[in-house]
Design a protein around this ligand. Structure first.
Ligand code: SF4
Length: 322
């Protein structure tokens, strides 16, 4: 029998109500996430990519129930998260963690790094102080820091080291699943590869699954096994990494790929470029949300929303023409 995926997300929606007037009546919704489904196997990385404002970070937070989903199902190891009560959530939280984009603002500047990393152990009542300190020292070493640095404050670390502290904290409770939300975007390019390689080493060693969120397809290509491309709250393409980078099917994926710099400046991209910004999720364009920016758009694209349909083994695309 085939093993079920570690993470199964089905029909996830997150709408933020827009309230107006004295009575704070709901006059509309920001449809940040509008029916997203995916799965992640044990030891696998799913890259979730899209421009800023497409809803990818909201997916990451909703999957961990850091914000309450409006609808949909999220399962970890077959256990439903959405309907879990407070006590069940406490147990489930040990299995799933998050690493944020900006390690400076996500780490309390007044707390020593060792205490930051050890805090989840304390909150979950793991071991005594001595055992927790030993575990934190081990975690520091595992992420490439010296145990002596446990006494340093966040400002005494470089950006890359601070992200290592965040990763050590995320690992403290031996999770199975980590949401990495733009974890290298705030770092120098030279440091980005080191942090990505650390995440990949940890995955090999600990069998971790990642939802790796990024606006940068080049970074996603390096770490992901499969990739989901998101546009205005919906997944528009879902494929194995190799297939997606060899031949993007959705015009939006094509455009994202065209924006990735080539290693040799003499080479030129012949692929599609699109102009303009992502439209507002308060009032998304009718039909295919991408039609105002799509050079291939036809009359029906403005009326009819394309469904995400299977176009090959494990590959899906939401476009009338592909
Ligand atoms: Fe472009 Fe139409 Fe495909 Fe949307 S459905 S991506 S507008 S061709």
């Amino acid at each position: 029998m085939q093993k079920p995926p570690l993470i199964e997300v089905a029909g996830l929606r997150k709408f933020f109500p827009i309230k107006k007037g004295l009575l704070r009546r709901t006059v509309g919704n920001v449809r940040a996430v509008d029916g997203v489904s995916f799965s992640i196997a044990a030891g696998e990385t799913l890259g979730l990519v899209g421009e800023s404002g497409c809803g990818k970070s909201t997916v990451g937070r909703a999957v961990l129930r850091l914000i309450e989903p409006s609808a949909g199902s999220i399962k970890i190891n077959g256990k439903e998260i959405v309907s879990a009560n407070k006590q069940e959530m406490r147990g489930l939280r040990r299995q799933m963690q998050i690493v944020f984009q900006d390690p400076f603002s996500s780490l309390n500047p007044r707390i020593k790094a060792g205490e930051i990393v050890g805090e989840p152990l304390k909150v979950h009542g793991v071991g005594n102080k001595q055992e927790r300190d030993a575990r934190v020292a081990q975690l520091f070493q595992r992420v490439g820091l010296r145990p002596a640095q446990m006494n340093n404050y966040p400002h005494q670390f470089s950006g890359g080291q601070r992200q290592r502290v965040s990763i050590a904290r995320a690992l403290a409770l031996d999770p199975h699943f980590i949401v990495a939300d733009e974890p290298v975007s705030a770092l120098d390019v030279s440091i980005q590869a080191q942090v990505i390689n650390l995440l990949m080493d940890l995955q090999r060693e600990l069998g971790l699954s990642y939802l790796f969120i990024s606006h940068n397809l080049a970074v996603v290509e390096h770490i992901s096994h499969r990739v989901a491309v998101m546009y205005l709250g919906r997944i528009v393409e879902y494929a194995d990494k190799a297939a997606l980078f060899a031949k993007p099917l959705h015009p939006y994926t094509e455009a994202l790929l065209a924006a990735v710099p080539l290693p040799d400046p003499a080479l030129k991209r012949t692929r599609l470029r699109v102009e303009g910004d992502v439209p507002s999720p308060i009032d998304p364009p009718p039909g295919c949300h991408f039609h105002p920016r799509c050079p291939y758009a036809e009359a029906r694209c403005k009326i009819e929303a394309p469904a995400l349909r299977d176009v090959g083994v494990g590959r899906q695309v939401a476009c009338h023409l592909r």
